[in-house]
Design a protein around this ligand. Structure first.
Ligand code: ADP
Ligand code: MG
Length: 349
């Protein structure tokens, strides 16, 4: 983790010196940011827009493991997953605040890595870092990011808007982040049991990147705007497809039919799942951390999205009484549960 050859203790800089040091590269990009870091509060001017606010906290040992997560990736991921929530409302993220609690186990250089990742994500997505808080911690590292975004009132998409017969769509592919995590955990165990053995991560670039450096789907948000498609409901996939579908159905008071054969899974995810004796479909349904967008569209919008390789129609919305169901590859119907689907324990094909 702290491989930097030089090491500057946090105490050398002090709290204010540290904040200054870490945020020295921050540049304001958005018109709505009137005042960023440096006063008692940031000042924002959103004019006539509605404001979206979302926050997430990541705790060492619970949400991340620094034995295999580089701090730069952690910084990037923490920002990306927060921005994902704003895109899932069909909004545009504009500002973030970052609060950290750190123990003196960390050097200044380690925190620089963290902030390099944060800064990279801010540049990539065009958001301003406008503040935060810094505290010491007696145990692990804690990072909390709050993101503010904007949208015109009529463009905001809630989880509750799905209508019967709407098409259920998903961006990208699913299950990869979970398989990346399984791989990293396996290599960690091997390392604990046989120190000195180098991790064997070759050929797994895609799933590792899905786990360590996920992207928020700004591109899908922009694409839908370009295609003039406004989803009827939307959510980002942080906990797994099954759980997110249930959120949409519950809040929209609908049911749904999902087709197993339509769920997009990358070949590397598929192969790795098989290698680990896992069902790739279950990984997609329950794995989580994919940060893809799950959304519903009116059937009349199908022609606008049908040729796009980044969007897959995986099912449709039904009435509430029909429940939320998955049709498997053999045509059998299963009730969707937040853990995936009821019969996955019995599957061995
Ligand atoms: P206060 O005493 O009002 O809490 P601080 O000294 O904590 O102020 O913060 C000074 C400025 O630096 C504020 O603008 C604050 O938002 C910002 N800031 C503090 N910690 C961080 C951090 N970890 N990352 C980014 N900005 C920070
Ligand atoms: Mg403070």
């Amino acid at each position: 983790m702290l491989e930097n050859s030089s090491r500057m203790e946090l105490s050398e800089l002090g709290e204010f010196g540290l904040i200054k040091h870490l945020t020295q590269f921050v540049e304001i990009k958005n018109e709505s940011t009137i005042k960023g870091i440096g006063d008692d509060a940031a000042v924002l001017d959103y004019k006539n827009k509605q404001i979206l606010v979302s926050t997430d906290m990541l705790v060492e040992g619970i949400h991340f493991d620094l034995s295999y997560v580089p701090l730069k990736h952690l910084g990037y991921k923490t920002v990306a997953v927060n921005l994902s929530d704003i895109y899932a409302m069909n909004g545009t993220p504009k500002q973030i605040t970052v609060s950290i609690a750190v123990s003196n186990r960390f050097s200044t250089e380690a925190l620089e890595d963290l902030y390099n990742g944060i800064n990279m994500a801010c540049i990539k997505y065009g958001v301003d870092l406008v503040g935060g808080d810094t505290s010491s911690s007696r145990s692990g590292l804690i990072i909390s990011v709050t993101v503010l975004g904007e949208a015109d009132k009529q463009n905001i998409v809630y989880r509750s808007g799905a209508q019967q017969n709407d098409l259920l769509c998903v961006s990208g592919d699913l299950g990869g982040a979970y398989m990346g995590l399984q791989l990293l955990e396996r290599e960690k165990q091997i390392f604990i049991e046989t120190p000195g053995i180098q991790p064997d991560l070759e050929g797994y670039d895609y799933i590792l990147e899905r786990q360590l450096k996920p992207e928020a789907r700004k591109d899908i948000h922009d694409l839908l705007r370009l295609l003039e498609v406004k989803p009827t409901s939307m959510i980002d996939i942080s906990d797994g497809l099954a759980s997110e579908i249930l959120h949409i159905c519950e809040q929209s008071k609908t049911g749904c039919t999902l087709y197993e054969e339509k769920i997009p899974i990358d070949p590397q995810t598929f192969e790795t799942a098989r290698l680990f004796n896992l069902d790739p479909t279950v990984c997609a349904l329950s794995g989580g951390e994919d940060y893809e967008l799950l959304f519903t569209i009116a059937m009349s919008d199908f022609d606008k999205i049908k040729h796009n390789p980044d969007i897959t129609v995986i099912g449709h919305i039904t009435d509430q009484a029909s429940g939320s169901n998955l049709v498997d590859k053999t045509g059998n119907v299963h009730k969707i549960t937040a853990q995936g689907w009821d019969a996955f324990m019995k599957r061995n094909d």
